[in-house]
Design a protein around this ligand. Structure first.
Ligand SMILES: *[C@@H]1O[C@H](CO)[C@@H](O)[C@H](O)[C@H]1NC(C)=O
Ligand SMILES: *[C@@H]1O[C@H](CO)[C@@H](O)[C@H](O)[C@H]1NC(C)=O
Ligand SMILES: *[C@@H]1O[C@H](CO)[C@@H](O)[C@H](O)[C@H]1NC(C)=O
Ligand SMILES: *[C@@H]1O[C@H](CO)[C@@H](O)[C@H](O)[C@H]1NC(C)=O
Length: 365
């Protein structure tokens, strides 16, 4: 059974009468419903979509959200979980990573705190391997529309939803680092961790998240350099790293130069330590790169240095080889001078004939 009563003026708690009814799609978004996280989902392993966004539900997220049982049981079939814009508090239960069918998780705009669960790589439907393995797609059945914010815009997804893999934890009070193993989720298209209190660095293996189209890490307290691997994300078309504590040179090249934002510099503003284009701040020599003890302030110089060295060396070696050959090998020397001699003869003859031609022409006129 499916239930879609989104966009109404329903208020109060969800009645208990749903207990025991096998629900596949349960969509209650954009109402005025309140109360704790509905208990009757506890034993409902058939549920594929749960969308209770934009209500006033509150309290903790239950630990049984992961299907109550161990990971191996594969009990829950939840693929879409949207709890955004409620007032849920406490931390994100690590058990959420038991939901290995989960492909879209939206917890944005709540009061969640604590760290982002580790073991995110257990969300296998968010990896290319797990995602492609999957035979059951909700696409054929899903006729409703789910609101998803990506690339800074809110879009309604219908059938296309089954191809959308995303995590949105923005607008909470999450602390700690971005879990390193989030980079294992290589089917993720949208990642939004903006407006939290995350610290530490951007995972350097971020280049492994090959499917990323939209990455928003703005308004946190991330520090360190922007990993250069970011520029190898070929599908990335939206990036926002503004208002953090990032420093160093902004990586250049490939994808980052083609990003389709209105103002290129906007995605880096509010980081006092960043320098280089597209920001109007020149990198000082301290931000330059040290190679073999020589400090150079420009990448061009660093890259060209070995080239010039090789070029010079090549010339030198080549000249010496010819010279030594002439010096030590009698037959070569003979051949060389015979060749030069012949060349001289030819030029001489050619010039003489040309001269004769020209003078004759002149005298005929
Ligand atoms: C995550 O997966 C590993 C195996 O890859 C397993 O040992 C671990 O128990 C799982 N953890 C969770 C929280 O599912
Ligand atoms: C990320 O979330 C914030 C707040 O929820 C939103 O304003 C922003 O547009 C989102 N970013 C993207 C790239 O969709
Ligand atoms: C910014 O990062 C630097 C380290 O890169 C750290 O020393 C400093 O305290 C951070 N500033 C803030 C406001 O967190
Ligand atoms: C940055 O460097 C360029 C050339 O090296 C110079 O023309 C420009 O004035 C500098 N800008 C600033 C803000 O220092």
């Amino acid at each position: 059974m499916d239930l879609d009563v989104s966009n109404n003026l329903l208020e109060g708690e969800i009645p208990q009468c749903f207990q025991g009814i096998p629900l596949l799609f349960f969509m209650l978004s954009n109402n005025n419903l309140s109360g704790l996280f509905p208990k009757f989902f506890r034993n409902n392993s058939d549920l594929v979509i749960l969308d209770i966004a934009r209500n006033t539900f509150s309290g903790l997220l239950p630990t049984w959200i992961g299907g109550m049982t161990a990971y191996q049981c594969e009990c829950s079939h939840l693929q879409i979980l949207s709890l955004s814009h409620n007032t849920f508090s406490g931390n994100i239960p690590p058990e959420i990573t038991y939901l290995h069918w989960l492909q879209y998780l939206d917890l944005s705009g709540n009061n969640l705190s604590g760290v982002i669960p580790y073991n995110l790589s257990n969300l296998t439907s968010m990896t290319l391997r797990g995602y492609l393995d999957e035979d059951i797609t909700i696409a054929s059945q899903f006729k409703e529309v789910l609101l998803i914010t990506t690339k800074g815009r809110q879009l309604g997804y219908g059938k296309g939803l089954s191809y959308f893999v995303g995590i949105d934890l923005s607008g909470n009070s999450l602390t700690g680092e971005i879990p390193r193993d989030i980079t294992a989720l290589d089917a993720l298209v949208n990642l939004n961790l903006s407006s939290n209190h995350l610290s530490g660095t951007i995972p350097c293996k971020i280049g492994a998240m090959k499917s990323l189209e939209s990455l928003d890490l703005s308004k946190n307290n991330l520090s360190g350099q922007i990993p250069s691997r970011l520029s190898s994300l070929t599908y990335l078309s939206y990036l926002n790293l503004s208002y953090n504590n990032l420093s160093g040179r902004i990586p250049s090249g490939n994808q980052l130069a083609t990003l389709n934002t209105d103002n290129l510099a906007l995605m880096y503003v509010g980081n006092s330590g960043l320098c280089g284009p597209p920001l109007p701040i020149n990198c000082s020599s301290e931000n330059g790169t040290i190679i073999n003890g020589y400090q150079t302030s420009s990448w061009k110089e660093v890259k060209l240095l070995p080239f010039y060295f090789g070029f010079g060396l090549g010339h030198l070696v080549g000249l010496w080889m010819v010279f030594c050959g002439l010096l030590f090998k009698k037959t070569w020397r003979a051949a060389y001078f015979r060749y030069v001699d012949k060349l001289y003869d030819r030029i001489h003859v050619f010039a003489a004939i040309k001269w004769a031609h020209m003078t004759r022409k002149a005298s005929l006129k």
